[in-house]
Unconditional design. Structure first.
Length: 334
């Protein structure tokens, strides 16, 4: 068995900054409520008419990651792309990356695990490397939420939370078994699927029903039972961290950096307090980008690395929880 390690990281967010005050001109909300309940100060939203799509942003992040890995697009053997907001109902964004980066006809896999999408994607890529099937895999998380949000007061409980952006890494084969991805842990509980959901477009709806539907169909907008999701999130985040550490005979004292999925600053702070982690041990950037779902962990990882917050041999734990419900963690010795 081989080991896998992250050899290149990159991220891209659209230029357009949308502050809480700007949102308060679109709907009945305010800066105080958003900051107090979520910690979010601003987010990036793609401007209507911009060239940026989920796949385009993913490609921009991917080019940076490949370059930083010291590789070229021809060295990549496989693509794993996580998103809940693909450009098309089908095909997925993975094949668009193959085309946009002018890669050889390598395989491309799309992952549909929402907020845990990047954890699932990284774990999947890790298995392909461990078995020896591939040497260099491009793993991408990208989202374009802003085109599909209900930006009226009706949707304020959701639309103020989400932002657009993309992150990518190259996962490469390594002969050093003491470093790289030590383990990954994946979970789901589908009975809560309707607690955080976008119902449409849906193959459950027959075309005549869509044509006959009158007025606005709110099933195209995200729905979340926020309080219910919050309560489950704090429990599952904690479990996911402990599961990852215990599987490697490690404890919280060994942790150098925890990067949680950026769902809500209050969730991250709850976990930080529970495990008595200091501010340097937890990386948050939800204040600037909002919740970018499958992109959030990889944007945060890339940014933390750029800021020099990850050093050789550091123990880094990534964890996510979200729609599905799905949750999981990845433990990395850097
Ligand atoms: O990434 C996937 C995982 N996601 C999560 O883990 C998110 C988990 N949930 C949350 O982060 C929180 O539940 C939210 C931030 C979404 C909401 O916070 P909350 O403290 O649970 O608020 P709430 O939904 O209970 O709403 C409280 C009040 C309501 O008014 P009333 O009924 O008390 O009069 C809402 O209508 O706040 C109102 N409200 C708002 N007010 C101003 C809801 N959204 C807004 C808003 N601005 N944007």
């Amino acid at each position: 068995m081989y080991n896998s390690k992250i050899t290149g990281l990159g991220h891209y967010v659209p230029d357009n900054i949308v502050t809480n005050t700007e949102l308060s001109k679109m709907m009945d909300t305010n800066d105080e409520w958003i900051i107090e309940r979520t910690g979010i100060q601003e987010r990036r939203w793609v401007k209507e008419g911009s060239e940026d799509t989920t796949a385009v942003m993913g490609a921009k992040a991917a080019r940076i990651a490949i370059k930083r890995a010291g590789l070229t697009k021809d060295d990549i053997d496989f693509i794993v792309f996580a998103t809940l907001s693909p450009d098309y109902f089908f095909p997925g964004c993975g094949v668009q990356i193959q085309d946009m980066l002018d890669m050889p006809t390598i395989g491309a896999l799309d992952v549909r695990n929402q907020c845990s999408g990047f954890i699932y994607a990284l774990s999947t890529a890790d298995q392909f490397i461990k078995t020896g099937m591939y040497k260099n895999i491009l793993v991408i998380g990208a989202e374009l939420h802003s085109s599909g949000l209900d930006k009226t007061t009706r949707g304020r409980g959701i639309s103020v939370l989400f932002g657009d952006g993309a992150g990518a890494c190259v996962l490469s084969r390594s002969e050093d078994n003491s470093k790289g991805i030590l383990s990954s842990h994946l979970h789901s509980e589908g009975k809560y699927a309707d607690k955080l959901i976008v119902e449409s477009p849906s193959s459950k709806k027959w075309v005549p029903e869509i044509i006959d539907s009158e007025g606005e169909d709110i099933s195209y907008f995200p729905y979340m039972d926020g309080t219910f999701v919050f309560k489950h999130a704090v429990v599952r985040f904690s479990e996911a961290i402990m599961e990852g550490l215990s599987a490697n005979n490690l404890t919280v004292a060994d942790l150098d950096l925890f990067i949680p999925h950026q769902a809500n600053l209050r969730i991250s702070q709850f976990v930080q307090r529970k495990f008595k982690l200091n501010d340097d041990q937890v990386y948050n950037n939800i204040m600037s980008y909002g919740n970018t779902t499958a992109a959030s962990i990889i944007i945060a990882l890339s940014e933390a690395w750029e800021k020099g917050k990850i050093k050789d041999n550091d123990l880094v734990v990534l964890a996510a929880f979200g729609s599905g419900f799905t949750w999981g963690s990845v433990v990395i010795r850097w």
